[in-house]
Ligand binder design. Sequence first.
Ligand SMILES: Cc1cc2nc3c(=O)[nH]c(=O)nc-3n(C[C@H](O)[C@H](O)[C@H](O)COP(=O)(O)OP(=O)(O)OC[C@H]3O[C@@H](n4cnc5c(N)ncnc54)[C@H](O)[C@@H]3O)c2cc1C
Length: 446
Amino acid sequence: MLAWHLGKSGKKVAVVERRWVGGSCPAVACLPSKNELWSARIAHLVRNAGRFGTLVDGVRTDMLKVRARKQDMIDREIAFHLQAYKESGVDLVMGNGRFVAPKAIEILLNDGGMRLLDGKEVVVNVGSHAAIPDLPGLRDARPLTHIEALELDEVPPHLIVLGGGYTGVELAQAYLRFGSRVTIIEPGPQIMGREDADVSEEIRALLSREGMKILVDTRPLGVHGSSGDAVTVSVRTDAGERKIEGSHLLVAAGRIANTADIGLDKAGIAVDTRGFIRVNERLETTAAGIWAIGECAGSPQFTHVSVDDFRIVRDNMAGGNRGTDDRLVPYVMFTDPPLAHVGLSERQAREQGIPVRVANLPMRNVLRTQATDETEGFMKVLVGANDDRILGFTMIGSEAGEVMAAIQTAILAELPYPKLRDAVITHLTVAEGLGPLLGNVPARSA
Ligand SMILES: Cc1cc2nc3c(=O)[nH]c(=O)nc-3n(C[C@H](O)[C@H](O)[C@H](O)COP(=O)(O)OP(=O)(O)OC[C@H]3O[C@@H](n4cnc5c(N)ncnc54)[C@H](O)[C@@H]3O)c2cc1C
């Protein structure tokens, strides 16, 4: 987007990309995963259609069709991106780039040969890749990452997922719904480690009810066999050691910045101890005239944050002074029901010593869910203890991401919560629940 913007404004711009036109989001991450999650939701609805009065016999998943639908979407995305390159006059150079001097990049071209580019300003936006933990036998087992998991043309009989973060949990539920047995192994005390304990527990409980096996406080010790055939993970729990046998193994255990071996030292660009590029709030690196954006710069790992990084650099390049420090970053885990969060969590409020009032509302109390049977989950809001500002919101429930956007707007506008509590919200929407939720906020103590 930055390149297209600069290209359209008359600058001479080149983008170096080694593999995915448009980056990882449309090719191997957000869009393809949500595409397959949607196919899995259809499978789930059809399997449970009898409850709603539609009788269906013999539900099966055809992964070749699931993949083909996803690939069609990716192809459309690539075509869209190529058109945008054309219209903006940006030179798209397909190859592997590395700095050979400050602001000079050597590219090993995908179709052979080398090319050298130098420019007045450089933006590093190399993203990250899935970490493969250093576990005996793991690499030899050729585990799936999200990339291969989104390319399967069969439903794994038993998928073992290493890691209970949002990538692992989303894909785990998708394959459960396609018909796999699924076991998540999480070394920490809860899945979705950064969430409040009640939020994590609600997700665990609803996935367990759907048939997923979730093992927390379970440390993997080693792996035998081969993913796609037969694979065994040895684990240690408080109860001792045991083996978990499956057919496929998916690793979703964090991300590593793509900053090794790209000559950052030649350009004077410093990285932190985890390999993320060191930037200031303006997204300037330690090298003059070189910016870094997105995951490689340590920004929160969401596409909407990378897009905001682009807007910050665009404005700063044009002489502005925008920073990353004051932004409100929402996120959604696209399970069914989804988890959405914006602002402070209870845990953060405690850690930061911010006094808050907390209110909850079970989703079954939102009338719409009585009509749709989507009664699992809850809404939770944090309001200042000494003023009426909304400080944080978490929701597990149907349409959580859309409902959250209303709260996000209220936070940005510093709207006192009674204004939203007393708003006339359409009946029978999910957002209607915001009224009773905010009605549950305890009165300020005198
Ligand atoms: C399974 C999954 C699902 C996700 N779902 C969501 C979601 O629903 N919503 C959301 O907001 N976020 C989601 N994310 C996160 C989101 O995909 C990333 O945060 C986002 O794509 C990161 O963008 P970026 O600009 O940092 O890098 P990228 O979009 O990854 O771009 C970096 C590009 O640099 C290229 N590159 C790297 N090194 C070189 C080199 N040396 N030379 C040339 N090119 C190079 C890479 O090929 C890549 O195309 C998901 C991630 C995963 C893994």
